[in-house]
Ligand binder design. Structure first.
Ligand code: S3P
Length: 431
């Protein structure tokens, strides 16, 4: 019997209060990676201690990087670009696509061999998207089973800079190449079909590297001397998204979400909330250096359906599960399109969103690159299978607030990947 379940009751009243969101997952991963490749100490405040970021930390520990927690800071003792040591054992990346893909770029440039794998989900996710371009750079990287997935075996090889036109807008692909580019001869350029999140570019500059970004094009200069620095990780907008959605759909709610990263390459959910008629005010805005952030004051609103596609998709790709939940409570139809990438996330999210929404009584038609959601149907509590996907579990915890009766979320602990205190934080806003 599965005992890892949580039973959630419909919200009796509005959500009220303030919440501070844990650190951004993408930025936390990168701060460990750049910290490790720099000279001297890197001090990271508000590091996300979710399982994915701990996977990154443990991979670097296996390569000789020491870290310690002091007060609210994680300190990484960098060893410089050429200071990693042979991990001997297989590097285990858990459930983390970001760790697996970004670290592949770093490992391609090392003077030792390595083997890399993760959990059952990681062993099914496409790695050919990094294997192919890294191979063009001269890397010796292969999928052990020949299926384009992990385990990956990487042998030392000299790298050369290339100009790569990526078929997918993926920050993981872009970042893997920019990281490999640090070890290449000549510049490495990645051109994307649509700009994906640019945390790697911003952070590399903070550590003293040189990246030129123009539109969808980013070019890195090899062999910089990276210097450890202080990083303040903003709250993760992908985690804030659950509270944005919850406050918008539960009548009478008013929630202040503190210290949220609002980098435009990540903030598409704010655009969509606006298109749907959501009432969100930005307060206390802080721009760079580094990452911009703000507090978000969210008030419940009557939402209307909209079309979500094109260039917006990479800016809200991880928020689409909870946006689909918002759409189920909006009037009219929402069409999510151009989002085929949803199929290769921690679960096939086109399937996992639509199956679970349908189970709750929503009117959903999945498509090849998204879905149609006819909003306004009354939803009822049911048993949700999150397919071990943290974002599906959290999205349906939000749906449960407005679903009649009780909702049971199976394998509830999958939220530990990005937001270990999620259920308590959500409960703290209930009246
Ligand atoms: C991430 C990039 C996105 C996102 C993932 C984190 C990153 O993936 O979905 O959760 O930190 O670079 P893709 O690069 O595959 O779009």
């Amino acid at each position: 019997m599965n005992t890892d379940i949580i039973r959630l009751k419909q919200a009796g009243g509005p959500l009220k209060g303030e919440i501070t969101i844990p650190g951004d997952k993408s930025i936390s991963h990168r701060s460990v990676m750049f910290g490790a490749l720099s000279e001297g100490k890197t001090r990271i405040r508000n590091f996300l201690t979710g399982a994915d970021c701990l996977s990154t930390l443990s991979c670097f520990e296996k390569m000789g990087i020491r870290s310690q927690t002091q007060g609210d800071e994680l300190i990484i003792e960098g060893k410089g670009l050429y200071g990693l040591k042979d991990p001997v054992d297989t590097l285990y990346t858990g459930n983390s696509g970001t760790t697996t893909r970004l670290i592949s770029g770093i490992l391609a440039g090392q003077s030792f061999s390595s083997r890399l794998t993760g959990d059952a989900s990681i062993e099914k996710r496409p790695m050919k998207r990094v294997i192919d371009p890294l191979t063009l750079m001269g890397a010796k990287i292969r999928s052990e089973k020949g299926n384009g997935c992990a385990p990956l075996c990487i042998e030392p090889a000299p790298l050369r800079g290339i100009e790569y036109h990526s078929p997918v807008a993926s920050a993981q692909v872009k970042s893997a190449l920019l990281l490999a580019g640090l070890y290449a001869e000549g510049n490495t350029t990645v051109v994307e079909p649509v700009l994906s999140r640019n945390h790697t570019e911003l952070m590399l500059e903070m550590f003293g590297g040189t990246v030129e970004s123009e539109g969808t094009r980013a070019t890195v200069t090899p062999a910089p001397v990276l210097r450890g620095c202080d990083i303040l990780v903003p709250g993760d907008i992908s985690s804030a998204a659950y509270f944005i959605a919850a406050a918008l759909i539960v009548p009478g709610s008013e929630v202040l979400i503190k210290n949220v990263g609002i980098n435009p390459t990540r903030a598409g959910i704010l655009e969509v909330a606006k298109m749907m008629g959501g009432d969100i005010t930005l307060e206390n805005e802080k721009s760079g250096p580094g990452e911009p952030c703000a507090d978000l004051l969210v008030r419940s609103s009557s939402l209307k359906g909209c079309v979500i596609g094109g260039d917006l998709i990479p800016t809200l790709i991880d928020e689409l599960p909870v946006i689909a939940v918002m759409a189920a409570f909006a009037s009219g139809t929402t069409h999510i399109k151009d989002a085929a990438e949803l199929k290769v996330k921690e679960s096939d999210r086109i399937m996992s969103i639509s199956e679970n929404l349908k189970k709750m009584g929503a009117d959903v038609i999945p498509t090849e690159d998204g879905m149609f959601i006819e909003g306004g149907k009354a939803l009822h509590g049911t048993v949700i299978d999150p397919y071990l996907d943290h974002r599906i579990a959290m999205s349906f915890a939000v749906a449960s607030l407005m679903a009649d009766g009780e909702t049971t979320i199976e394998n509830k602990s999958c939220v530990d990947i990005s937001y270990p205190t999620f259920y308590n934080d959500l409960a703290s806003l209930r009246q």
